[in-house]
Design a protein around this ligand. Sequence first.
Ligand SMILES: [Mg+2]
Length: 213
Amino acid sequence: MLKGAVKAGAAALIKERDYLSELDAKIGDGDHGLNMARGAQSALEALDEHSGALTVSELIKLVGEAFLMNVGGSAGPLYGSGFIAGAKAIDSSEAALDAKTIGLFLHEFNAAVKKRGKAELGDKTMLDVLIPLEKIFVESEGKPLAELLKVGRETARNAVEYTKELTARRGRASYLGARSVGHIDPGAASAAILYREISLYIEKNFLTPAQPD
Ligand SMILES: [Mg+2]
C-alpha cells in the first residue's frame, strides 16, 4: 500500500541530489545528495527484488536496512536506524493510517536519531525538522489527517529555513562553529523533502485533500 510512497520519496531524493550536495558543500563535505540518492536507489532496488506482500512495518524496515547497508557518511546510519526503529514501533500497533501511528513512528524515528547522533532540537540537524513534525502528529487533538499533513509541510518548510539561524553542534558542520550560521542544514532539507513527498502521496492516494498549499 505504501510502496508508492517509498517510490515517490526516493524519486524526489534522486531528483534533489545536486541541491542537497550543494547545501552540504557549504558547511560539510558535499556528499549529502549523493548519499541520499544512493540510499533511495538502494531502497528501490530492495523493493524490486522483494517479491510478495509486505506490511507497512516490513516495508519501512527494508528501506532502513537499505540506508544502513549502502550509505556512508552520517546519513546512512541516522536515517537507517531511524527507519528501523520507526518500523518496529508500528509493527506492534495496528498501523492504521492515522495521526497516532504517524506520531508514534516519528517519535521512535527521532529517538533513534537522537541516540545515534547524540543530537537534540536546535543542533542544526534533521531533528530540527523532524521534532516539530512529531509534535504536530502526537498533539493532533483529533484534527483531520489531511489538515495535519498540510500543516506539517508548512512547518517543515519553515523549519528548514530556520536552520540557517542555528549554529551547528553536531557532525562535520560543527567544526565551523558560528560560520555555519546563514546556511541551511542539508539533513534538515532532505528530511523535509522526504516528508513533503510522502505526505503528498498519502493525501493524494488515501485521503480527501485539505485546501491546496
Ligand atoms: Mg556530508
